[in-house]
Design a protein. Structure first.
Length: 278
């Protein structure tokens, strides 16, 4: 069953989208409408996507994505300065940081929502992203445009959470509550990390990545790390005219108890038992 959803953003955004090719920074009324919509995203009163608790499907607010794309047409390039750093861009830095810890070197753009309790190490959070309370965005991690990151998530050093603005109908990456992404993991192309899932270091997950259960050998839904599981990147052999080659897949090593707290030492030991470096 598909959820009926009405965007909290003004319907004028859809009208402006239809004539987007003619919009410029000189269109004052259009700019005010678009900036107002992005301000709603910045404040967390609207968001690009969310998981419907009834159907478990990812609901995308296309009007929110359109607001972000339209802003590039109606905002001028402007110079700004933070300390000794100079910026020249259409999109300003985020200034609404209530209850957020921002370590020097962290960058968050206007239009991204950061809930109270978020910790930003030197990292980058892009336009339209949503980051929930208690989440750590660790050093050199990137939260891409429109990516949705839940509460009490740990994005380890160098993690890349892919962004999506175009094509407009594409779904953003969704990282659900209490997930853990190991160092240098990459989650892109609308992939989904379900609640409580733990990804080992260097894990790659795309919307088309095939997923297998290590104990049963069963194939699971593609592009998803199952809830309360420990996962790593592995390879599967596929034959081509030119020979047999290993293609990447996601391997589910172990199922965790629902609500089980993450224990880094236990995770490392678990991965070592399977011959995988944490």
């Amino acid at each position: 069953m598909t959820t009926s959803f009405t965007s909290p953003l003004p319907a004028e955004i859809d009208e402006l989208w239809e004539r987007r090719s003619e919009l410029t920074p000189d269109h004052t009324e259009a700019r005010e409408t678009i900036v107002g919509a992005v301000d709603e995203l910045d404040a967390g009163k609207a968001r690009v996507a969310f998981v419907d608790p009834q159907t478990d499907e990812v609901i995308v607010d296309e009007r929110a994505k359109r607001s972000i794309l339209l802003s590039f047409r109606v905002l001028n390039m402007e110079e700004s300065q933070v300390g000794g750093f100079h910026h020249h861009d259409r999109i300003p830095l985020k200034t609404r940081l209530d209850g957020v810890r921002v370590v020097p070197g962290a960058i968050a753009r206007w239009g991204a929502y950061l809930a109270p309790g978020v910790v930003l190490m030197p990292s980058f959070t892009n336009f339209g992203a949503w980051v929930g309370s208690g989440t750590m965005v660790d050093t050199w991690a990137t939260v891409g445009s429109c990516a949705q990151v839940g509460e009490s998530v740990h994005l380890s050093g160098g993690v890349g959470v892919g962004g999506v603005l175009e094509p407009p109908q594409a779904s953003p990456v969704v990282i659900e509550d209490e997930a853990f992404l190991g160092s240098r993991s990459m989650v892109v192309e609308g992939a989904r990390v379900r609640r409580g899932a733990k990804l080992g270091a260097g894990t790659i997950l795309t919307s088309s990545t095939r997923v297998f259960d290590a104990e049963s050998g069963d194939e699971l839904p593609s592009g998803e790390a199952p809830a309360w599981s420990v996962c790593v990147t592995a390879t599967r052999v596929k034959s081509f005219p030119g020979g047999d080659f290993g293609l990447p897949c996601l391997l589910v090593l172990k199922r965790l108890e629902e609500g089980q707290e993450h224990d880094k030492l236990a995770l490392n030991e678990m991965l070592r038992e399977h011959g995988v470096n944490a």
